[in-house]
Design a protein around this ligand. Structure first.
Ligand SMILES: [Fe+2]
Length: 164
């Protein structure tokens, strides 16, 4: 057993998030291409830039901890992204695909929100206040990205109701 303390759980989950963020940076450019609604393309583009900043923040966290961020693959994020890719195959370009992309992307955001919420709490518990602040910042960005997607959905979904 390699996780026997909150410190180890903390590092383990941070590595998981590090892997998740890298998977997301690889996927977002595909979503930008796949989306039709300009606001959705823009939301994905913005979140790609944000995600790159989130990786830098995690790099800083690992630097403070004196640990390597590597060594884990986030299987959960892999699954969530695979489901998104499936939806791409099952839909034609247009507003229905956009609706499906938003749904998939919101799953990604909620997965991340759960992860960042947990590690922020561990950081606080361990007295790692600087790290807690960095993680809190990312958590807020994920929440904002989720609510932006919800906003775009209210524009895209009614359009998807109209026959093409
Ligand atoms: Fe993220």
């Amino acid at each position: 057993m390699s996780v026997g303390s909150i410190e180890e759980l903390f590092i383990d989950e941070l590595k998981d998030l590090y892997s998740a963020e890298h998977q997301i940076t690889k996927t977002l450019p595909k979503l930008v291409k796949a989306a039709t609604t300009p606001e959705l393309k823009k939301a994905f583009e913005n979140h790609l830039k944000e995600t790159e900043g989130q990786i830098e923040r995690l790099d800083r966290v690992f630097e403070i901890l004196g640990k390597s961020p590597r060594g884990k693959t986030c299987a959960g994020m892999k699954g969530v992204l695979e489901e998104g890719a499936e939806m791409l195959k099952e839909t034609e370009e247009g507003s229905i695909r956009d609706a499906a992309l938003i749904s998939a992307a919101q799953r990604v955001e909620h997965y991340e929100m759960a992860g960042y919420g947990s590690v922020r709490e561990y950081a606080k518990l361990l007295g790692q206040n600087e790290i807690a602040k960095l993680l809190e910042k990312t958590l807020e960005e994920e929440k904002a990205a989720d609510s932006k997607l919800g906003q775009v959905a209210r524009q895209v979904n009614p359009a998807a109701l109209q026959p093409a």
